[in-house]
Ligand binder design. Structure first.
Ligand code: CP
Length: 305
């Protein structure tokens, strides 16, 4: 039985196979409409979500399956003190696969150790968000036609931004990839990602606070929100929240074929004036997330389609 807790739980070949399955789903969704008939996905979300929860649920419905949902800790027995381990054992009695989001880093791993069905990490605290990375990989592949030889700018909250941590882990496995890490000093990439991934595998990277200075060299600009919910005090959040706001003027020196990604939700870090720019891909990313989650559910449920 397989789980997806970190993006590196999938080999490069496996993540590319998921991309191939996603392309097949895009080309012929009717072929997949009943492949999960009778199967049940439990979405256990102990932290707010729009995209991840709804795209997992849409993915399962579009495969013919059913969904059981816990949206928010307050509506589940977690509010009475039930542990993640017990919750995982209980939900294993009802469902065939679990997607779990939790504010505590490592909670989906604990669930996986106790469940008797596959567990997918749908975002754990400021740690990892592997299925967002699957959405990002398909988006980059569809938009650039490749996953290698790319200069990727990651901008905003690189400290708490779990999507950034997972994307770096995934893209570091491709040749010719380099990163430009653009953040305020206080929100720089954590040491465990810098040392255990970038330095360990000798991946070229630079750190800067200057978004406009970095712009001309980027093939991908991955914007992120400053994560209010992870700050210990409101003052720090208020001081840092407007560090980077992408406007049409700031794109003046960007490559004409640079692609702009954002995991969303957006607060104000990308001006809505950019939404109609052909380089803006963040709403395409949302749709790609559903296709990749469909492909992932098929893989973990070992459904041949
Ligand atoms: N990208 C993402 O994880 O969005 P949600 O928090 O809405 O699920």
């Amino acid at each position: 039985m397989r789980n997806l807790i970190s993006i590196t739980d999938l080999s490069v070949q496996e993540s590319e196979d998921l991309i191939k399955t996603a392309y097949r789903i895009i080309e012929d969704p009717a072929h997949f409409a009943h492949v999960c008939d009778g199967k049940k996905l439990a979405t256990l979300f102990f932290e707010p979500s729009t995209r991840t929860r709804l795209s997992f649920e849409a993915a399962m419905y579009e495969l013919g399956g059913h969904v059981l949902s816990v949206a928010g800790a307050a509506s589940s027995s977690a509010s009475k003190g039930e542990s993640v381990a017990d919750t995982a054992k209980v939900v294993s009695c009802y469902a065939d696969i679990i997607a779990m989001r939790h504010p505590k880093e490592g909670a989906p791993q604990v669930a996986a150790l106790n469940a008797s069905i596959p567990v997918i990490n749908a975002g754990d605290g400021g740690h990892n968000h592997p299925t967002q990375t699957l959405a990002d990989l398909l988006t980059i592949h569809r938009e650039k036609g490749r996953l290698n030889d790319l200069t990727i700018g990651l901008c905003g909250d690189l400290k708490f931004g779990r999507t950034v941590h997972s994307l770096i882990q995934a893209m570091s496995r491709y040749t010719g990839v380099r990163f430009v890490l653009i953040s305020p000093e206080e929100l720089m990439l954590p040491g465990y990602v810098k040392h255990d991934v970038l330095e360990k595998y000798d991946i070229p990277y630079e750190e800067t606070t200057d978004l406009e200075g970095a712009m001309p060299k980027l093939d991908i600009l991955y914007m992120t929100r400053v994560q209010r919910e992870r700050f210990f005090n409101e003052e720090d959040y208020l001081r840092l929240k407007d560090s980077y706001i992408l406007t049409p003027k700031k794109l003046k020196n960007a490559k004409p074929d640079m692609k702009i990604l954002h995991p969303l939700p957006r607060v104000n870090e990308i001006s809505v004036a950019i939404d109609d720019d052909p380089r803006a891909c963040y709403f395409k990313q949302v749709l790609n997330g559903k296709y990749m989650r469909m492909a992932l559910i098929l893989k973990l449920l070992e459904v041949e389609a």
